[in-house]
Design a protein around this ligand. Sequence first.
Ligand code: ADP
Ligand code: MG
Length: 640
Amino acid sequence: MAIIQVLDHATIDKIAAGEVVERPSSIAKELVENAIDAGAKAITVEIKEGGISFLRVTDNGGGIPKDQVEIAFLRHATSKIRQESDLDFIETLGFRGEALASIAAVSMVEMVTKVAEDLTGTRYLIEGGVPVEKEEIGAPDGTTIIVRNVFYNVPARKKFLKKTQTEGTYILEMMERIALSHAEISFRFIMNNQVKFSTPGNGNLKEVIYRIYGKEFSDNMKEVRFALPTLGMEVYGYIGTPTLNRSNRNYQLFYINQRYIRSNLFSKALEQGYQNYMMQHRFPVCVLYISFTPGHVDVNVHPTKMEVRISNGEAVFNAFADNIATCLKEQEMIPKVILTEEKPKEPERVPKSVIPEIFELHRMGQRKDTAFIGNQPAKKAGGPAEFSYSFEEQENSVSKVFEETDTTGFHRAHSVSENGQVNTIIDEVVQEEEQLSLFEEKIVSEAARKQYQIIGQIFKTYWLVTYQEELLIIDQHAAHEKVKYERFMKQYLTGEIPSQMIAPPVVISLSGSEAELYKEYAAYFEQLGFSLEDFGGNEYAIRSIPMELFGNKPEELFLDILEGLHNDRVGQNPETVCNRIATMACKAAVKGNHVITLQEMEVLLDELMTLDNPYHCPHGRPTIITMSKSELEKKFKRIV
Ligand code: ADP
Ligand code: MG
């Protein structure tokens, strides 16, 4: 008979640790969240070997008082809530009091922490959950935690870690997400002695996006802001122009009440907003802060799983999608043709020079008793201990005085005085004049249309048009398809799709699977103005088709649509089915259209200008691209 007994504490801790600490990135996340909760304005994370052998988090937050350091490492010890009723009003990222205990249970932890009121701080070592050492020490305000040898005492878990490179990437991605969620905090991430990114902490989200994702990305992000008071919801952030799409959803970042979450609801709603702008299997990008007033969202479903529960999901979905669509509509989104060969510049993700941290000062001849907090020397540490604490070395070097201004107008000036004091003015942002474009006349508008000069058609496909200093190139098929589609959908939505009788009716015979497919969607075809008569034995007579599509061979049109439905199963949502059928019908309808006359083009352009989104055909391909006069002049070397 097996004997039942209560497990010892070390075993319980290790088991419980498994829930919080899955891999180094979960450790980094917990520690950074603690730093944020502690009110830090600057947070540095440094890792080596994927964070397995070395993971350091340094913050300039509130610190932990001497007599509470050990308590912080006990399971269920927290300063963030006091009683059960506090659970409903959590404003911190942590509150379970489990992270430090769990991390300490499966690694070797060293903490140095100091509160502003005290003259000295505390250094505390705890390994595998067992306290090893505690001493008083000179330290700057704030907390540094170094975690070494993750899972050294749990080999079974260590085996499941991936290559150090992969674990490092997980931490990098986590850091990017967290830096984007707190533009008001300066983050620095160092991996194997290399600064991967740093953010200024000046509250400018666009600049954080630039620092993390580079220039191309930040140049193509547009600000959005809207409030939905009835849903208790506010949205602020940046969404990508449709050309900045990706093949997956990794760049759709949603922060609900400042917490990164993966949200099917918001991803799908975002994509619905982009519906008319995006090709299939491409995904829009965004960095959006969504805040809900209490009661509308439950973020504590599972903090580590990054999920939320939203009440009123459907209303939120629709309102969000509509607002995104409106934001897109307000932007002019014509791709520009750049003829000059510009070498794509590697975005300057990493500032070349960085500010030294407290523990790097020895190497700069720093006097022992001056510590740094941000850019300010801290008050002199007195008491028995001296500031002589040294962390692992970094590769950073700092020149005496240097200044830099990068292409986006960010300005940095640093100077190092004789006694090693560093003064830095980072990122005095020279405001970009992005707002201006809002007041410029749109190229695609009914007003601008009057100034269009149609030059002619080339390659039986493209029309050349000049407008002021721009050459517009219009894809006739895409434009035609778009106009037809919009007309068609408008008729469908008002319930008045005029049909055209076909006399005599065209009889077609379908294969078994085609007939099945037709039966499945028959009602939709009818709604869209097709009428078919069943002759039995998979034979059908096409009696009428939508007037809009008349002029094409009805049987080809119909079979094209069936084929489209076959290749791309659309489900049964009436709206999507009608949309898809209409799209396919329009595509089929303009298929054979080659030469169109100047008059026809004039009419087509007129109509195109009236549409909400004239920039993309229903498949998301552009209808218009532009080339500027100056681009041409550059190419002919008239200007350089
Ligand atoms: P929780 O964050 O859920 O409270 P943790 O185990 O992560 O639990 O941390 C325990 C306690 O230790 C926190 O409540 C906080 O008081 C303190 N603490 C942890 N990290 C820091 C830090 N970087 N700065 C100041 N206090 C901290
Ligand atoms: Mg915590």
